[in-house]
Design a protein around this ligand. Structure first.
Ligand code: ADP
Length: 933
């Protein structure tokens, strides 16, 4: 635990002597000892002692001190009004923050103002809109193994996931650690609590592990907690461990909600002033489970990872579903970016969930595709729906706030405005043909009762504050109307007073005014003071005038102020009652949100399909039987959904993969389009299984169970593994876990080691994938000898990208064709990339020399070229007739005296098989400079 957390030592030593307020702080720190307690004092949240020093440093705010009869304490405070941004910094620094609010008005009861922790803010349990991405979920996870585990690897592990801001709640389990690790990658929780026998190494570094009461994972206790939320959890969940993680996670969500039920009193009724010292009223509010229950968590979805296309962390990253790969650094370079035309946050999150969990069953996929097709072809309905959906607020988070009693009147109006468009949305779907849209039409409950309640109760443009009146509509409540009319009448009487008094006194300059200290007054300038009537009482003397009141004016004023105060209080009560009544409808609001989310995601898919000319994929059932289980992937004119958006013109390519021809060995020069092609095949498959149209002219495919990727070389420097280790590790996973329903993409296998080793490994892997695994595989390789495997292995075939040489330039056609490529054109690509001419020329010389010296690799036939080894380039690109062949070379005795011996030695010592192109060019450049010296 951080030494700055927990009760400050200085206070702990003399707890009983502390002032009541400091004792309160001490006790809250003791109770929330794993969090940094922010303690409301008037308009500020304060931290004291070690926590103050830490906070001041982190937030770059002033460190002050507070002195009382028991000593001096360092203190640092942040203004409540913009606490969110400071809290965000604390979270980023790895803290959990317990917000202790004043939960009563100063002076409401004798003694120190009562404070309670109204929320514990942690990365995984945020509910503050300002701290959350609107179009993505933010999950907290609970992970546990079997408490009676014998430590065997096949013991069951369970995972529960909860988005506290929306109420999304899921659970799963598996006896394979990798499966749970993959599910963790899929949902990417920002925080986790762990129970017994949970291997925390399954959690990524970005996930904060929070220690939490292990007893909450105990079967009976967990079941008790869970049964408050879910009817019959035993029937829904598959095992005791699943119950354990779900129960513990809910207990954690209750814990972070804090102990004070009336959250907004702390948040909104920010009464100023230090409360001073007085008698401590004892413990902060108790956290009984009834009080902390999160009413808006109403659904638990138990799922089996095998119901969805499995994408592990490596595949998620290399297919750039959600995050662009750092190397490219382009914006807009993710699949979700190009696919997201959603109109509201609900749809944005739904679409992400679909991309995260593509489907497997053609029937379910087709249900989505039917809807997308119908919306795609009906432009008018689609556009009209899109417009409607733009007016939809984030209902899930709204109802969460309403239920947690944190919503203000504007939130209720936002709910109203959303409900107001529902009839129109329904109307747009009234003539739908497909089942999914008809079903949505049925489910779109406009919640007319709730809408009327808000419309009748809340003014159309209410203020943010909920305690200062002006939020309840006229005519909603008789008593409120009376109070308002009293206040209004009083004000009218005062408005008329000026005229009456001018007439009565004959003083034309007499004025009636108001100030916040003295209230209403009658002002008379000095020259007219003689005409002041007897019943005027002097209040204030100014330079040129005097201010007076009359007993009648005072009486009216009291009447107005009294009525207004009572009206404000009454409004607050009425508002809370309306909010409670809406909270009772939480499930109906959530059902509506669910339907709107799905509709928005479907409209977005249809929109993209129409805008970018996608086609509907045809999903094939897997053939049953022993030998019918391979994949069929047939794509005509396929395009890469992301690259085509950033490219001026994109060359479409076909793909034909069948159980009989399932392993494609793809060769071609660097930059010719191999990686793009492989990823485009995988992304088209994935999009189809999401239920999206695909960038192609036609596509037929059997759903894929799992996509594996081994793409590009990336060092896991932080993890301390070399490129080669990372590569072998990823390959081991593929070889172990892939089967005949997997799609495997391999790029650059065997690159991190010597040519001979690399070649051997790549060949062995290809054979294994072909003979034993049976996975559908796209294998891009720079090892040309591997293309021979295409002839040797029954279900393998070769594809290649050809490029054309034009003078000194290389033209990439990005056009895939059957058969193997002839070479890899490294030096030519260096020319195009702008490497200086001298360096390129010298490369050409060395290419030829090396080719001649290295008799082990035949360049002439184009089958031994190292893709990144410049040696392959000229020989193959020029078909062996390099224009530089007659140029001086190191191996040529006649010219040897032109090259100093040391440079020649260095050149001979160069291990070309282990140099990257850039390293080779840099080395050449250095040697050339040596020659020129
Ligand atoms: P390789 O894997 O063969 O080195 P890439 O797939 O990385 O080549 O492609 C290199 C670049 O070529 C891409 O960044 C893209 O800009 C362009 N490219 C690839 N395929 C196509 C295509 N089919 N049409 C147009 N441009 C393409």
């Amino acid at each position: 635990m951080d030494p700055a957390l927990g009760p400050p030592e200085k206070m702990a030593e003399k707890r009983d002597e502390l002032t009541p307020m400091m004792r309160q702080y001490h006790d809250l720190c003791a109770r929330y000892d794993d969090a940094l307690v922010l303690f409301q004092v008037g308009d500020f949240y304060e931290a004291f002692c070690g926590a103050a020093e830490r906070t001041a440093r982190l937030l770059e705010i002033a460190l002050t001190s507070r002195e009382d009869s028991t000593g001096e304490y360092p203190m640092a405070g942040i203004p409540i009004d913009n606490a969110e941004s400071y809290i965000e910094t604390l979270l980023e620094a790895g803290y959990r923050v317990a917000v202790a609010d004043q939960v009563e008005e100063p002076g409401e009861s004798p003694g120190v103002v009562e404070r309670a922790v109204t929320r514990v803010i942690t990365p995984g349990t945020l509910t503050e809109d300002e701290l959350l991405a609107s179009d993505d979920n933010n999950f907290v996870a609970a992970l546990a193994g079997d408490p009676h585990s014998s430590g065997q690897t096949e013991d069951e592990l369970a995972l529960a996931l909860l988005d506290v801001s929306t109420g999304d709640f899921l659970a799963t389990s598996s006896s394979a650690n990798e499966t749970i690790a993959d599910e963790v990658s899929r949902f990417d929780p920002s925080e986790a609590i762990v129970g017994p026998n949970a291997p925390t190494d399954l959690l990524p570094e970005t996930c904060m592990v929070t220690p939490f009461d292990p007893n909450t994972f105990e079967r009976e206790r967990a079941e008790d907690t869970l049964s408050q939320y879910v009817r019959n959890p035993d029937a829904l969940l598959a095992s005791a461990v699943e119950i354990s993680v779900c129960g513990a996670l809910l207990a954690y969500a209750e814990y972070v909600r804090g102990g004070a039920h009336e959250g907004e009193r702390g948040e909104d009724e920010r009464s100023g002033g230090d409360d001073g010292d007085g008698a401590n009223r004892g413990e902060s509010a108790d956290t009984s489970s009834e009080e902390t229950r999160l009413e808006y968590i109403t659904h638990l979805t138990r799922y089996d990872p095998r119901e969805y296309l499995l994408l592990d962390a490596v595949a998620l990253e290399s297919l750039e579903l959600f995050e662009p790969r750092a190397v490219q650094g382009r914006e807009d370079a993710t699949l979700v970016d190009v696919l997201d035309e959603t109109a509201c946050a609900l749809g944005g999150r739904r679409l992400r969930d679909w991309i995260r969990r593509p489907l497997l069953e053609p029937r379910r996929i087709d249900a989505r595709l039917d809807a997308v097709e119908e919306l795609q072809s009906d432009v008018q309905t689609r556009e009209s729906l899109h417009d409607d959906l733009r007016a939809v607020y984030d209902l899930e988070r709204l109802i969460g706030r309403i239920s947690r009693e944190r919503a203000n009147a504007r939130d209720l109006r936002s709910l109203h405005d959303t409900l107001a468009v529902v009839p129109d949305v329904r109307e747009n779907l009234a003539d739908a043909d497909c089942e999914r849209l008809l079903d949505l039409h049925e489910r779109l409950d406009p919640l007319a009762d709730v809408r009327e309640l808000i419309d009748g109760g809340i003014v159309s443009d209410p203020p943010i504050e909920i305690t200062e009146g002006g939020i309840i509509a006229d005519g909603y409540d008789e008593h409120l109307d009376e109070l308002r009319s009293t206040a209004r009448d009083g004000k009218q009487w005062i408005d008329d007073l000026e005229d009456r008094e001018r007439e009565r006194t004959g003083i034309d300059s007499l004025k009636v005014g108001y100030n916040s200290v003295h209230g209403y007054y009658i002002e008379v300038t000095n020259p007219n003071l003689e005409s002041v009537p007897e019943n005027y009482e002097r209040r204030q003397t100014l330079k040129n005038s005097e201010r007076f009141v009359t007993p009648e004016l005072k009486e009216r004023e009291d009447q107005i102020v009294g009525a207004e105060e009572r009206a404000d209080e009454h409004e607050y009560e009425l508002f809370r009652e309306i909010r409670r009544r809406i909270a009772d409808e939480v499930e109906r609001v959530q059902d509506l949100a669910d339907a709107l989310a799905t509709l928005d995601a479907l409209v977005s898919l249809a929109d993209v399909a129409a805008q970018y000319d996608y086609c509907r994929p045809e999903l094939l059932e897997h053939e049953t039987g022993d030998d019918g289980s391979g994949l069929e992937i047939e794509i005509d004119g396929g395009r890469h959904p992301v690259v085509e958006r950033t490219q001026e013109s994109f060359v479409p390519n076909d793909a034909q993969l069948t159980p009989e021809q399932r392993l494609a060995i793809i060769t071609g020069p660097n930059m010719s389009g191999k990686s793009t092609y492989m990823r485009q095949v995988a992304q088209i498959v994935l999009l189809a299984q999401v239920g999206s149209f695909v960038p192609a002219t036609a596509a037929r495919l059997t759903p894929v169970d799992r996509i594996f990727t081994r793409v590009g070389a990336s060092d896991d420097i932080a993890g301390g593994r070399s490129t080669f280790m990372v590569e072998m590790d990823e390959l081991a996973t593929i070889l172990e876990e892939a089967d005949e329903r997997s799609l495997v993409l391999l790029d650059e296998v065997g690159r991190g080691t010597s040519t001979a080793d690399g070649l051997a490994i790549a060949q062995a892997i290809t054979e294994h994938l072909h003979d034993d695994v049976g996975a559908t595989t796209l294998f891009a390789t720079h090892h040309h000898p591997l293309t021979e495997l295409a002839d040797d292995l029954e279900s393998a075939f070769a594809l290649h990208f050809e490029v054309e040489r034009c003078d000194d330039d290389v033209v990439f056609h990005h056009d895939i064709a059957p058969g193997a490529a002839t070479g890899s054109y490294g030096v030519a690509v260096a020319t195009v990339a702008g490497v200086p001419d001298e360096v390129v020329e010298r490369s050409r010389e060395l290419v030829v020399d090396a080719a001649e010296r290295d008799s082990g690799v035949s360049l002439e036939g184009g089958d031994g070229g190292e893709r990144d080894d410049p040696t392959s380039a000229v020989a193959s690109a020029d078909g062996g007739e390099s224009p530089v062949e007659s140029r001086p070379s190191l191996g040529d005795e006649a010219d040897a005296d032109e090259v100093p011996a040391d440079v020649a030695d260095e050149l001979r010592a160069l291990d070309l098989a282990h140099l990257t192109p850039v390293e080779a060019l840099t080395e050449l450049d250095r040697l050339k400079r040596l020659l020129e010296e």
